[in-house]
Design a binder for this molecule. Structure first.
Ligand code: PEP
Ligand code: MG
Length: 325
């Protein structure tokens, strides 16, 4: 089976009726990029930068970050690289960075909230990313966005960094595209407004499911309630993609659901542009993509949207066994 999948590495990711889908990788280090590229990734749809901050005893300096981002960007050449700004807090802590004790860390001081508060820390990263953009096809993405104000504040700091770099004569990417993760229900409900402020969306289904259902994604006692195929989650996804499409911006998915082959007809039906996933999912997803039709996916999705329970949805998306086919 593995051998058979290897055979499709260089195949164009396209359905039977011609819908192309960018299949990209989620990575968190330069090392993981090799696996991604050898699995046929179109690019990197999510570079989680947390590891750069977690693997050490102090904050990484601009030069250190720049080296890592530039190496990844150069290795990808013209293939796109989306670098996500620091997403710590919640379950991800830094030993050397005192975060307050919180009753609800997932709802607390984390991600873009820290970055917009500790602007020196944020600007160091923004500068490193902008500089790396000179050496490849780099885009920047902000996590955990809940409002237009946050986007404007982050983009304002990005602009300030560009002005500084220009004044210093340091090369950087002037036209770097900036996008956001859609992973909070608040962001979904104002997706039309957010779409006017950014160049792209990437749906973070991991957090979107957690926050839509109010189910802690780390809590095993309630893991049976963590349900990607909940009707509310499908509605969230639909609202987001439709808002992006109306505004004409690029829309991808980078949570675990992107790598779940059962979910593929959903993305095809909505005409999502990109799926970014763990490298090991790339070939299985591509294999199924090659066998599907977008039109049939649309019909299937209409049925899904009428389902009132997750059980009904599962019944429709489940993969047929060999003898049912
Ligand atoms: C997500 O929330 O879906 C996501 C991709 O980001 P992370 O898993 O790093 O929170
Ligand atoms: Mg997330």
């Amino acid at each position: 089976k593995k051998q058979q999948l290897k055979g499709i590495i260089n195949f164009k990711p396209v359905t039977q009726d011609g819908k192309e889908m960018e299949l990209s990788a989620n990575i968190s280090s330069l090392k993981e990029l090799d696996v991604a590229l050898s699995s046929g990734a179109n690019g990197v749809g999510l570079f989680r930068t947390e590891f750069l901050y977690m693997d050490r005893s102090r904050l990484p300096r601009e030069e250190e970050q720049f080296e890592v981002y530039r190496n990844v960007a150069e290795k990808l050449g013209q293939k796109p690289l989306i670098i996500r700004t620091l997403d710590i807090g919640g379950d991800k802590q830094l030993d050397y960075f005192e975060l307050p004790e919180e009753d609800n860390p997932f709802l607390g001081y984390r991600a873009i909230r820290i970055c917009l508060d500790k602007t020196d820390l944020f600007k160091t990263q923004l500068r490193a990313i902008l500089r790396a953009g000179h050496y490849g096809n780099v885009k920047i993405m902000y996590p955990l966005i809940s409002s237009v104000e946050e986007v404007r504040a982050a983009n304002g700091l990005l602009q300030a960094c560009k002005d500084e770099l220009r004044a210093e004569g340091v090369p950087y990417a002037e036209d770097m595209k900036a996008g956001i993760m859609i992973e909070l229900p608040a962001a979904v409900l104002i997706a039309d407004m957010l779409a006017e402020e950014v160049d792209f969306f990437s749906i973070g289904t991991n957090d979107l499911i957690q926050f839509t259902l109010a189910v802690d994604r780390m809590n095993e006692q309630i893991s049976h309630l963590y349900e990607p195929y909940h009707p509310s989650v499908l509605r969230m996804i639909k609202l987001t993609v439709e808002a992006a499409k109306r505004q004409g911006i690029h829309v991808g998915v980078c949570g675990e659901m992107a790598g779940d082959i059962k979910a593929l007809p959903i993305w095809l039906a909505l005409d999502v542009d990109e799926l970014s996933m763990s490298s090991h999912s790339l070939l299985p997803v591509k294999e199924r993509l090659l066998s599907l039709r977008q039109q049939e996916s649309r019909d299937l999705f209409e049925r899904l949207m009428r389902c009132k329970t997750s059980a009904e949805i599962h019944e429709i998306v489940k993969l047929k066994t060999a003898d049912e086919q």
